[in-house]
Write a protein that binds this ligand. Structure first.
Ligand code: NAP
Length: 484
């Protein structure tokens, strides 16, 4: 016979799975989010009904302290600030997993910190069988370590994206050796705590747990500081899977099905997203974590293109090219998001459609700075979803397009990814904008993209540059199209 909390946990788990399934399409994502939130409310409700629950006032206060600022911030956050918001939330998840594992470890082993008033006599606690300590400690210690790394790592990622810490990869002497020593320290502290409880009648296992926690918190900082700001979405995704795994192992030791399922879902989603992002950028995870883009490659490529010219075009000419075209493919990129020009692009699209021009959007999987960046941005501006086509679907259509309008995108249309084995982005799948009959590029100047390399497409004989901020350029363009 299942208890009420067990039934609540089962239902919550089903709702998490169902909600996640609905998140896979923008059309059902809103309701998916709601379904998962109902699942979380059920899991919380079930927890309140557990037989040994107490301290309700404190728990409700803690929920309020987290939920109210979280809700307010989520309401007001700008689309471009979403990655750091996700990072902050993920960090809080990591902190929760760490504290739950810590608390459960102490409870299960039967000891407490001195300041909790729980003390054994001078002879210390009775030793516990080694197997029991190991079976119980292993998931808990893993939960503490993964949760702590995710907590501080996500805070550093947040700081970098928010501009509180330098976005540049920070390096210091003996970096790798220090990291190895910290990892060894964590393993040593874990072994010492298990040894302490199993074989000795000392009450100092908690000291080792404090050492282990502090070292894991430090490892999160040391691992993320040397990674450049632009790689943070991949880092956040990795840390997200860490948080999920931490919650799952803690749930395993606590025999809490809801935590196991929710943690596994988060862990698996984070891992899959990491793999997808790395694949779409054609970079290994090791390269993201231990190396960065830019540097020499940027200098060489830029020097090679310095003598070539980029041909400028006026907004009025662009309007004529597009207004009398049969098919226009819009390629949105990071610059569109920065300029917040999504509503204007939709307006331009509607004006062109009214003139009988077929307009489609080419969406690269890593256009922008976070997964699904362009889809979210354009959906916010009410661009009909069927017009947003994935890379595989749209690539064969570029050859029939009269105009490819590239707005604030760079790396995702760089033909060097196909042709130049020396390029840092060689092998990355790109949008075939260069195959269109005419190419118009909106960007502010000669700035490079995320990979820090020059783009030969901007020097192509078919390409015309409409220099300016995406918002301003699109404003001019819509005015000119209206006047046709
Ligand atoms: P990008 O390569 O970063 O290029 C953006 C371009 O936009 C720049 O060349 C910049 O040139 C221009 N720009 C910036 N602000 C602008 C503004 N206000 N108005 C007009 N143009 C502006 O962008 P992308 O083509 O979208 O490629 C995304 C890159 O991010 C890829 O390299 C990808 O691997 C990486 N990345 C993506 C993700 C993800 O999940 N989506 C995660 C990690 C890394 P100017 O300075 O000359 O204007």
């Amino acid at each position: 016979m299942m208890t009420i909390p067990e039934v609540a946990y089962l239902l919550a788990s089903l709702l998490f799975i169902f909600g996640l399934k609905r998140l896979s399409s923008p059309r059902t994502a809103r309701s998916g989010n709601l379904v998962a939130a109902v699942g979380m409310a059920l899991a919380l409700g079930g927890t309140f009904l557990l037989p040994d629950m107490g301290n309700f006032g404190w728990i409700i206060l803690a929920i309020g302290l987290g939920a109210i600022p979280g809700w307010l911030r989520a309401k007001s956050v700008k689309m471009t600030a979403m990655p750091q918001m996700v990072s902050l939330f993920n960090g809080m998840g990591g902190a929760c997993a760490m504290f739950i594992s810590l608390g459960e470890w102490l409870r299960g082993i039967g000891i407490g910190f001195p300041w909790t008033g729980f003390m054994w006599g001078p002879e210390g606690p009775p030793p516990l069988p080694f197997e029991r300590v190991l079976a119980y400690s292993f998931p808990m210690l893993l939960g503490i370590v993964l949760g702590a790394i995710s907590f501080t790592g996500s805070l550093i990622a947040f700081g970098k994206l928010q501009g509180l810490i330098s976005e540049k990869p920070l390096r210091w002497p003996l970096q790798k050796l220090i990291n190895v020593l910290v990892v060894l320290g964590i393993l040593g502290a874990a072994a010492a705590s298990v040894n302490e409880i199993s074989f000795w009648r000392y009450n100092s296992a908690e000291i080792w747990i404090i050492v282990l926690t502090v070292l894991a918190l430090l490892l999160g900082v040391l691992q993320v500081l040397p990674i450049g700001g632009a790689d943070m979405p991949v880092v956040i995704s990795v840390l997200n899977s860490c948080t999920g795994l931490a919650a799952a192992v803690t749930g395993f030791a606590m025999k809490n099905m809801s935590m196991i399922i929710a943690g596994t879902l988060v862990g698996a989603a984070g891992s899959l997203l990491t793999v997808l992002m790395c694949k779409a950028m054609n970079r290994s995870l090791a390269k993201v974590i231990f190396g960065s883009f830019g540097g020499a490659a940027q200098g060489q490529a830029a020097a090679g293109q310095a003598d070539k010219t980029q041909r400028e075009i006026a907004a009025s000419e662009c309007a004529i090219m597009m207004g009398y075209a049969r098919k226009v493919i819009i390629v949105p990129g990071y610059g569109l998001a920065v300029a917040q020009a999504q509503h204007l692009v939709h307006e331009l699209d509607e004006l062109l459609e009214k003139r009988g021009v077929e307009v489609k959007y080419a969406i690269h999987p890593v256009a922008g700075r976070m997964p699904g960046h362009m889809n979210v941005l354009l959906a916010e501006a009410d661009v009909p979803y069927p017009k947003l086509l994935d890379m595989e679907e749209i690539n064969p259509e570029f050859e029939q397009a009269d105009v490819a309008l590239i707005i604030g995108a760079n790396d995702v249309v760089n033909p060097a990814a196909r042709t130049d084995p020396g390029s840092p982005i060689f092998g990355m799948p790109i949008l075939n904008a260069d195959k269109a009959k005419n190419i118009i590029v909106i960007k502010r100047g000669r700035g490079t993209g995320f990979a820090g390399i020059e783009n030969g497409l901007f020097f192509n004989a078919k390409t015309r540059m409409l220099f300016g901020d995406a918002k301003k350029a699109l404003q001019e363009l819509t005015t000119e199209v209206k006047a046709l």
